[in-house]
Ligand binder design. Sequence first.
Ligand SMILES: [Zn+2]
Length: 304
Amino acid sequence: MHALSAPHFHDETKAREYLESLRWPNGPICPHCGSVKTPYKLEGKSHRPGLWKCVGCHEQFTVTVGTVFERSKIPLSKWLTATYLLCSSKKGMSSHQLHRTLGITYKTAWFMTHRIREAMKDGSGTLLGGPGTSGIVEADETYLGKTTGQGKGPHLSKKEKVVALVEREGRVRAFHVPSVTVNTLKPILEGQIAQSARVMTDEAQHYKKAAESFANHEKVNHGVKEYVRGDVTTNSVEGYFGILKRGLSGTYQHVSPAHLKRYVEEFSFRYNNRVALGIEDAQRAANALKQIEGKRLTYRRIGA
Ligand SMILES: [Zn+2]
C-alpha cells in the first residue's frame, strides 16, 4: 500500500480522528482550561463536525484549536498530506511542488509550508550532550548564499551565517546568526549544551572563548588538514551542513534571509527524526503533528 493511500489523507472524518488519536491518546483535553474531564461531543446539523464541549469551562473546541492549523479553511486531510510530504522528502518540498501535487494555489501552499515549519520547531528545551547521550557535542558554522569568492575573506560578511550544534549520534540545533563572534556564539553554546559535555570544534579563535566554561573543549586543526584525532572531529556537524546546503540549493533556490531560520528548523527536524535514529516517514510526520499545538502565538508575533 502506498503511504498516501491511507484514509486520513482523503477523508475529512478519518483525518480528524487520526489527528485526535495522535494529539489525545488518552482522550480529548480542553485547550482553553486544560481540563481532562471527559467533554461531550456536540452533534447534529447546527454544529461543525468534531466539536467538543468542555465540562470544566463550558467552552467549545475541536482538535485544531490552539494549533498551527487553527481557523484554516484548508481541509484537514490536505494539511496531513502536506505535513507527510514535507516530512518524508529528504530535501523538503517547495511551495511550488506542493501547489502542483495537492492542486492548491501557490499562495495556499506557501502558507501551509510555513505553518508546518512552525510545528517542526524544536521545543524540547533539554541540553545537548547530557546524560543518556554520547556526551559529545560538535559545534561549527557555515556560510550560505551567493558565492562571491572562495575560502575565508571579506566576502563572508555578505553571506548568511548558520551555527549548528550536533550531538554525536543524536540531535542537532541550528541557528541563523547575524555574525560569528564570541558574543553570538557563547550564549548559544552555554544555553544549549550540558556543562558535562565534551565540546568539539575546529581551531577558530571564536570557539576558544565561546566554549571556555565547558570542562572539555577539544579542537581539530583544519588549518593543517587535521580532521580526526582519536574521536575528536567535527564530521557530524559538517554532515548536517552538507544536507542543509544540498537541500537549500536543490529545493529552495531563493530562500530570503528573513525566512532562512524556518528552513533551518525544517532541516533540523528531519535530522532529529532521521532513519538512522529508527524513525521512518510515517512516524516522522506523526511526530510533527504532535508538535502543532501552542505555537500559534509565536507564529503571529513573527507576523507572516
Ligand atoms: Zn475547558
